[in-house]
Design a protein around this ligand. Structure first.
Ligand SMILES: [Zn+2]
Length: 78
């Protein structure tokens, strides 16, 4: 599952909650606001091997530690 971390306070939210919070705190419901949610949130997913949270939306990508350990980027390569 991909989750989203608020860059200001470190809270980790689901996509739905993130969009709600972003609308409330940052976007103000303004459709012309050119600043997207990615300015405020970092997408995270859990490493399939060890369960650590790591950046990015591709759930096949291993966390940094596992990439170092195995010398592979993707879980499917293990
Ligand atoms: Zn890992």
């Amino acid at each position: 599952m991909v989750l989203f971390m608020n860059k200001e306070n470190g809270n980790v939210l689901t996509y739905k909650k993130m969009l709600e919070e972003w609308n409330e705190l940052y976007d103000g419901g303004d459709d012309t606001n050119p600043v997207g949610w990615d300015e405020y949130y970092t997408p995270l997913h859990q490493c399939k091997y060890c369960g650590e949270f790591t950046k990015g939306t591709d759930e096949d990508v291993l966390c940094k530690d596992c990439r170092m350990t195995f010398g592979h980027t993707f879980y499917s390569e293990l």
